[in-house]
Each structure stands twice: as C-alpha cells, then as structure tokens.
Design a protein around this ligand. Structure first.
Ligand code: GRG
Length: 307
C-alpha cells in the first residue's frame, strides 16, 4: 500500500468510524439536555478514533465479513465512549487540570467540573449499555456463536478499562506524581493507563472474528507494544509540539511534575524506543498472516504521528 493510498483510506475510515460511534449517542431530550450535551461535546469534538478503528480493522484484517459488522459496531462505540470519559476525567482540575483538548475547551472548562464529572460517568454507563447491545442482538438473532464471542469481548472490554487496566494505571500515575519514578514504574503505568485500551481494541476484533486464544494473545501483545510506543510518543509531543498542532497545552507533564520517558532518556533516545517497540510488533503480524493490511500500516504510522 503506497502512502497516498494509506492516507486516503485513513481519512475515509476515520469518517466512517466517527459516524458509527456517534450513531450510538442518545438523542438529546429536554429533560437530560445538559447531560447529553456535555456527553456529546466530549465525544464529538474530534479525536483520531484510533481505538474504534483498531477494533474494526483487527476484525477485518483477520477475515471478518461485513455482514457480522453489526456485532462489531457497538464495541467500537463503547470503547470510544470509555476513552472519551477517561479524557474528560483526566482533564479535571483535580487531575491534570487541562483547559484545552483537540483544539477546543475541555469539558470542565466549558461546562464546569461538576457537569464534566457527570458527563464522564454518563459516558462510562453508556459504554456498558452500548456494548451490551451486541449481546442482545446475538440473543435476538438466536446466534449462539456470536453470543459466545460478544460475551467474551465484553469481558475483555470491562477488564481492560478497569482496575487491572486503564484505571489501575491511572491510580499509580496519580500516586507517583511529583516522585522520581524509574523505568519499571513508568512501564507499568504506560502498559495499563494507555496500553490496556489498545490491547482491548485488537483483542476484541480478534475475538469477534472467532480467533483462537493464542491468536488473541498475539493481538494483545501487539497492543501492549503499541501502547508503550504510543505513550512515549505522547511524552515526546508534549515537549516538542505546539498547542496549535496538538490541540492542547504543551509541557503539561512538566507542569504537573510528572517523570516521563523524555525526563529519563531525552528526546532522541525516546524516539528510538518508539521505533524499536513499534517494529517489535512486526513478527506478530507475520505470524497472524496480516502483515499486508491497513491495520499494520496504521500501527506503523503511529511512530511519525504529530498529534
Ligand atoms: C476514573 C476518575 C477516573 C479517571 C479516569 C484513566 C484516566 C482517568 C485517564 C487516562 C487517560 C489518559 C490521559 C490516558 C493516556 C493515553 C493517551 C495518550 C490518550 C490520548 O489518546 P489519543 O491521542 O486521543 O488517541 P484522541 O484525542 O486522538 O482521541
């Protein structure tokens, strides 16, 4: 796939995935106007849609057929809702206290911290409700194969978002803010805080496509390495990018007294680590027979992302 073909596909796929995610947002009614508005603002305000894209492309790369995508869509939306809520809560005054994200005011900066907390809570509940739709659909269709797969995918989604996943990483991050942590702690935080949702994305695609436990584990390992690389790149961009390109305040880590890969190793070494970790995913793609897919290109492209 040449670079133009990849870029064209990325634009097209991102738009499709965004439509899919937004189609699961509740319709705004007068009673819940403020809540729904703040929830919608938090999801609809841009973003790379990386996680839902990874679910869909993992499913498709592994041979998924289009008529089963109806079981994949709810998971794509659910994971993006979880990601969105985590950003809303992460931006709060008592967490990172960030005022800008994706080039716009953060949810708490626009609506106040009280509403932002509730919008985040609302999105987490909506994520569960949305993922459950896939299981209900399988039950309605009396499709026992998809029933089993959607239950397994649901289990992975909830685990990776919870105490053994994203939240488990965030708490260690928060507890160590201002402390001089080393690589071991940093890797633990990154693997859970950032990696867990990327692992979930790739695993869910594979599970819904009925792949073996071993293949799901291989996908998980791709997610682990991608997550670490993704977070290290995030550390680098926080130092080297601009507010205009990144859409949020830069030097947020330094301002919040956070040790990052850049603090420990400098920009150049951190860049090399992003490349090394990303390239380490290649054998898994080859083993799975999906080395020539959009999914692999997507993951490789993250080395050079600028936002
Ligand atoms: C439960 C109180 C409570 C808070 C949850 C877990 C959590 C707070 C926050 C973690 C969120 C976080 C900052 C994770 C780091 C991962 C990361 C680099 C997120 C940005 O992801 P992108 O670049 O964002 O995919 P876009 O804007 O493109 O969607």
């Amino acid at each position: 796939m040449d670079s133009k073909e990849y870029k064209d596909k990325l634009v097209k796929y991102t738009a499709e995935v965004t439509d899919t995610v937004l189609s699961f947002m509740p319709k705004c009614d007068d009673e819940h106007k403020l809540l729904f508005e703040a929830m919608e603002y938090s999801v609809a305000n841009g973003g790379k849609r990386l996680r839902p894209l990874m679910i869909r492309e993992s499913f498709m790369a592994l041979g998924g057929c289009k008529d089963k995508l109806c079981y994949v869509y709810p998971f794509m939306a659910a994971l993006e809702f979880i990601h969105s809520y985590s950003l809303v809560h992460d931006d709060l005054p008592d967490m990172d206290n960030d005022m800008y994200r994706r080039g716009k005011l953060t949810t708490h900066a626009k609506y106040g911290a009280d509403i932002a907390i509730l919008a985040g809570d609302g999105l987490l509940n909506l994520a569960t409700e949305t993922a459950a739709k896939a299981m209900v659909l399988a039950a309605d269709n009396k499709d026992s194969v998809m029933m089993e797969r959607t239950i397994r995918a649901f289990d992975v989604l909830m685990k990776k978002a919870g105490a053994d996943g994203m939240i488990g990483g965030q708490i260690v991050d928060v507890a160590n803010t201002g402390k001089l942590v080393g690589k071991k702690t940093l890797d633990f935080i990154y693997r859970l805080k950032t990696g867990a949702l990327l692992e979930a994305s790739l695993m869910i695609g594979a599970i819904l496509q009925g792949r073996s436990e071993e293949e799901v584990k291989l996908m998980e390992s791709v997610g682990t390495m991608t997550g670490l690389a993704f977070q290290i790149k995030d550390d680098i961009l926080d130092e080297t990018s601009t507010k205009e390109v990144l859409g949020k305040d830069i030097h947020s880590d330094a301002d919040n007294n956070k040790v990052t890969y850049v603090t420990l190793y400098g920009i150049e070494e951190s860049e090399k680590e992003v490349e090394r970790l990303t390239n380490e995913t290649i054998p898994a793609f080859e083993k799975l027979g999906i080395a020539d897919t959009f999914l692999k290109e997507l993951i490789m492209s993250l080395i050079h992302r600028d936002r």
